[in-house]
Design a protein around this ligand. Structure first.
Ligand SMILES: *Cc1c(COP(=O)(O)O)cnc(C)c1O
Length: 398
């Protein structure tokens, strides 16, 4: 049977056709009125997409570039920082902060679980200068409670709060300014439905002030330099120009999801991910599989524990060989233990139903046990009917 190549990975995610077309035909030089107009439009739309009045910057880098910038610009060597970590991306914060000489304290939770606010409260002492965490930990499928963390951080005068929302934006509701999040970071290859290559983020006035005194080395990722350039509708260095054209098209698509209102479109995109995630959780459980992150599952992706009879490496291989579907294995030491199905960005009802139908075949084959075909699909359909809004009607064409 014919197999279409389909990504179900939590980044890169499936590409929006209108964004692909926009990227393929974009050839303007970056120091021209044409690009300045595009750049200005993208920054304005991104503010609306993030839901903030703070300055937004876009860096030509993968998401980790903005993570690094949030350490190099906001800390000095020896600064005490607190990393809240429960997975591979939390561990990346630890590595980046150590690379810049920070004195790193951590609050950890086991893989598959979220953080205890009591633990956070205990470790959040007044001399902590920055708190780093993920909104959604893509390696385990967990959602952390950013609002609760923000409440604890904002009770102290000094610490800045930096949120890696690279898979959180577009899959989770945030009140960035209301909660007092100082830096929130997103990446192009996640909810914005375009290829990897751009990282974006919103930066609070408190964070800009901190940058006046911090001493860590920085050059390409000097945010103050980017801010100055952005005030003239430019970037400090040559940006990935075609990616900006794709980003503008993607933001237009989100606006269209909200009937002309970008904030409403963002909400619809989050609800779409929530519904795809609810369908997937219902489907995998109907098949007798266990959620890897049952306590606080993200809408960005669903992590499923491999059944006793088969490891997830075999499951992912089967998905790819038989259906052309790229499902993500567990990362590092979690390899073999879990597989991850994404709902970030450009996924719809048929994608989700299709991957669950394929999962029924895969599980039957890798476990050698009888599967009642249709059980995961039916559970997902029932989840759609139960959801207060039949979200699959949203989103229009492409
Ligand atoms: C994808 C992702 C990143 C960024 O990874 P890059 O490969 O640098 O784009 C960071 N954090 C989370 C939670 C992610 O899902």
């Amino acid at each position: 049977m014919l197999r279409k190549n389909r990504l179900f990975t939590p980044g890169p995610t499936p590409l929006l056709p209108s964004a692909q077309t926009a990227m393929a035909s974009y050839g303007a030089h970056h120091r021209t009125a044409d690009f300045r107009a595009l750049f200005t439009r993208v920054l304005t739309d991104l503010k609306e997409f993030i839901g903030t009045q703070n300055d937004v910057l876009v860096l030509t880098a993968s998401g980790t570039g903005f993570m690094e910038a949030s350490v190099s610009n906001l800390t000095s060597p020896g600064d005490k920082v607190l990393v809240l970590t429960a997975g591979k991306f939390g561990e990346r914060w630890v590595s980046v902060a150590k690379a810049f000489g920070c004195d790193v304290k951590t609050v950890t939770a086991p893989y598959g679980e979220t953080l205890s606010m009591d633990d956070v409260r205990k470790h959040l002492t007044p001399e902590i200068r920055c708190v780093y965490l993920q909104a959604t930990e893509s390696s385990t499928g967990v959602r952390h409670d950013v609002e609760a963390v923000a409440k604890l951080v904002r009770a102290l005068p000094d610490p800045l709060l930096v949120v890696d929302a690279i898979t959180g934006l577009g899959t989770t509701h945030f009140d960035v300014d209301g909660w007092g999040v100082d830096v929130i970071i997103g990446g192009s290859q996640k909810a914005l439905m375009i290829p990897p290559g751009l990282a974006y983020g919103a930066i609070s006035e408190r964070a800009w002030q901190r940058m006046e005194t911090t001493k860590s080395p920085r050059y390409y990722f000097d945010l103050r330099k980017e801010r100055k350039a952005a005030a003239k509708a430019e970037t400090a260095y040559t940006p990935a120009t075609a990616m900006f054209a794709g980003l503008a098209a993607a933001l237009d698509y989100v606006r269209q999801m909200g009937d002309g209102n970008l904030a409403a479109g963002r909400k619809a995109l989050v609800e779409n991910a929530e519904l795809c995630a609810a369908m997937t959780r219902a489907g995998v459980q109907a098949l007798g599989l266990k959620l890897f992150a049952a306590q606080s599952p993200a809408a960005a992706l669903t992590a499923v524990a491999a059944p006793l009879a088969a490891d997830s490496t075999t499951i992912c291989k089967r998905f790819r060989d038989q259906f052309g579907a790229v499902v993500a294995n567990g990362q590092a030491e979690m390899k073999g233990q879990l597989f991850r199905i994404a709902h970030i960005g450009y996924y719809d009802y048929l994608d989700t139903i299709g991957v669950l139908a394929a999962l029924e075949h895969v599980i039957a084959e890798v476990t050698g046990k009888a599967v009642e075909f249709g059980c995961a699909v039916r559970a997902a359909q029932e989840a759609v009917v139960r959801s207060s809004e039949f979200g699959v009607r949203k989103g229009g064409g492409s």
